[in-house]
Design a protein around this ligand. Sequence first.
Ligand SMILES: C[S@@+](CC[C@H](N)C(=O)[O-])C[C@H]1O[C@@H](n2cnc3c(N)ncnc32)[C@H](O)[C@@H]1O
Length: 417
Amino acid sequence: MKNLLRRPDAALLRDVEKALAAAAGAFPVPPGRRADLPLAVRDLSRLLTRERGDLGRSYWSAPRLFAAYVHYFLPWNLCRLAWLLPGLDLFPAPLPQGELRLLDLGSGPLTLPLALWCARPDLRERPVDIVCADLASRPLEVGREALRSLAGEASPWRARLTRLPLEKVLDRGGFHLLLAGNVLNELRPGRGESREERIGRLLFSMSRALRPGGRVLLLEPGTRLGGRVIVQARGAALEQGFFPLSPCPHAGPCPLPGQSRSPALTAWCHFTAPAPDVPAALLALSRQARLEKESLALSCLLLERIAGNSRAGARAARREAPGEDGRDACPGRNSRSSGGGVVRIISQPIRLPAYPSSARYACCAKGLALVPDAASLPSGSAVRLEWPWPEERDRKTGALLLSLAKSSARKPGSRAP
Ligand SMILES: C[S@@+](CC[C@H](N)C(=O)[O-])C[C@H]1O[C@@H](n2cnc3c(N)ncnc32)[C@H](O)[C@@H]1O
């Protein structure tokens, strides 16, 4: 298993800057409106985070909020994706032959296709057909213009725009990859339906739209709501015969569902990266909007549709989840360890009264874990650790206590053994 996040190299940062310029060029802010942009960013931020009930009134229909999305939210999303996409196995190896068929759900101004073009230079000469679906058509048009200007007229990448709700477009099949960025948290449940049921319905449609072995990338903000909808999607996906490839090091129930089992456990599954490479103009706009960020935060899930889509297949795959080795080892009484497995570091360093130094929550085949002295490990690291024996658990959260002492911590970007 690989570390989840990696610092973008210089070439990727240059391409992200080009993508931002292309998006800004496709929806420029007239000089007379520039002074309002920071205020519009604040208004849209409030709408997207705190006043979600008003989302029915689409922000795409107000030009100033549209501009705020293209000049602030799209850029921050691209910066987050630049850390995430290069490390994800979005396609099975070897790459499928011929045209790659992608569907971007809730595509808006094509943020994910733009990010994919930046992060995957190896695909630029391949024919890539991306169906970009959204309820609103204008952001799709702006995104298509941005992608065209970024990739060039001669590019074999084709963005086909579709103004349709998600389930309708999922009636089309045969996709290699489905993308859904920052859209699950906006889904409106049907009458008498819970959000979890709504997401379950979507995952069902997704499983039918994919080729066997096809993959789904779900990306959400690193907020509690973002983490919660990802966990709900994960639960539904396992029922539909998907296998979680990343970031989960196992395919059992999520040990951090974002709904506290214990009052001491307020964490949710999300990852953070420092923000040192963010373009200066974006930092300046963030400052003017008084929405400065010191880090990029996200929740995400990469799923693979198991061939045959059978529940038995899903169960079999769960038994083969990476990081579960040693799970069933039966240690002797004097043994100090019961094998080991891969552990994913999920939280920021936290100070807990019971431990002298900063600890981090982690996820592993044995559930939630707590790793003391782990402040130096980047968020999203994959570390191979030994299971202790006898097991010791944190009294407040029930998390398994693990020690880094016998680890083989990986540098960012390298593979766990
Ligand atoms: C926050 S934007 C995300 C845009 C882009 N994916 C990104 O990450 O920047 C969410 C998008 O989902 C679209 N959307 C919300 N509900 C939808 C639905 N039921 N069907 C299709 N699109 C939907 C909205 O119109 C909006 O463009």
